[in-house]
Design a binder for this molecule. Sequence first.
Ligand SMILES: O=C(O)C1=C[C@@H](OP(=O)(O)O)[C@@H](O)[C@H](O)C1
Ligand SMILES: C=C(OP(=O)(O)O)C(=O)O
Length: 439
Amino acid sequence: MKAIINPRPLAGTVPAIASKSMAHRLIIAAALANDPTHVVCNTTCADIEATVRCLTALGAKIETTEDGFSVRPAPRSVGFGLLKALHGGTLDCGESGSTLRFMLPVACALGAEASFIGAGRLGSRPLAPLSDEIIAAGCDLDGLGGFPLKTSGRMRAGRFVLPGNVSSQYISGLLLSFPLLDGASEVAVMGKIESRPYINLTIQAMKEFGVEVTVRHADATSTQPESTTFSVNARGYRSPGTVQVEGDWSNAAFWLCAGALSNAPIAVEGVSLNSAQGDRNVMAALSRFGARIQRAPKCATAQPDALNGFEMSAQDIPDLVPVISAVASCAQGTTVIRDCARLRIKESDRLATTASELNALGAHVEVDGDNLIIRGTTELNGGTVDSHNDHRIAMMVAVAASRCTAQVVINGAEAVNKSYPDFFDHYRLLGGDVTLIEE
Ligand SMILES: O=C(O)C1=C[C@@H](OP(=O)(O)O)[C@@H](O)[C@H](O)C1
Ligand SMILES: C=C(OP(=O)(O)O)C(=O)O
């Protein structure tokens, strides 16, 4: 699909969509719990559907309701938490990294003979530190490095070790699987942990289902002073009956950044200001640029003002980098975004595609090692760009287009369906002029 945008500033109010990060976690816990759960989730997307599909393949019954999902765990067979229908199931993760990295340890903890498949870049996004630990815990993984990836054997409880700087999804995946194992388990994470807020989301979701995760930081005398250990003693998830997926900050960020680039405010309604989502820090980043941010209960508003570049780290907020780069492209002076290495292993090489697609519109973005250096300009031109099948690149370009002087064409605009199928409808709601052409 091609999106043709005739540039104009955006303004107004949009409703927040449901957090896909929280939806993955809550639906997984619900499908593994002792009783059914009503998961209130006001929107869905390709990635959430991938998680639903995988859990269904493992025997859970998940129905779409008016306001979310009704999740009934699969009937138990022998042993605690073991599901029926585990043999030969195909788990189609689509393009969702979270789904694969969460469902792989879950399937192995259940002793499932599962065949994982996926699409797009997913097969080449790294699994290695997680898969090594799963194999060390007694499972066979056949077909690593692509699809199908077949699992057999049941993961043993115990101690797992992971690095902190590749993907927090490995840590979240192991944690989600721990209540299914025959005994207490822990994961020791070595070195500085990147994307740490996402682990907090996992801990929060597990807590809603009665599972406590204990976190211990190594003291200065330890041989591994930088390690953090996450341990779980509980066996099984307990359904609280109903859970609510909160509003999504990662996607709200696109509109708040558009507000900073506009001539009138943009508000996103339905986000929690106390959320554990790291991408809530888009508000802090926009304030640092000089935009005015208003915080009201369940609503954030960004108002334009003079914007100036600054230096920041992407350590905990990788998904904000593309859209923050769009803002930086129109701010005075230079913005430096450090700690971006892991952007290379997302849906596209996001370091390269953030730079190439913003530069195609007339911005000045340079990749310098693991950093992005963005020199602001007063005007973006317009032109034809490619999403590289990456939702956050397509949405970044649409936001940058609001500041262009000439038409912008986004090839591969359907990429938005991965996290935000209503993105272009909401773009129009804010006054955007976009025509979508199916190809
Ligand atoms: O756990 C999650 O929900 C996510 C973790 C992050 O990945 P990394 O931990 O690999 O940085 C983030 O980029 C991704 O979009 C969602
Ligand atoms: C990287 C993302 O998701 P995932 O890793 O789940 O594919 C994302 O949503 O930007």
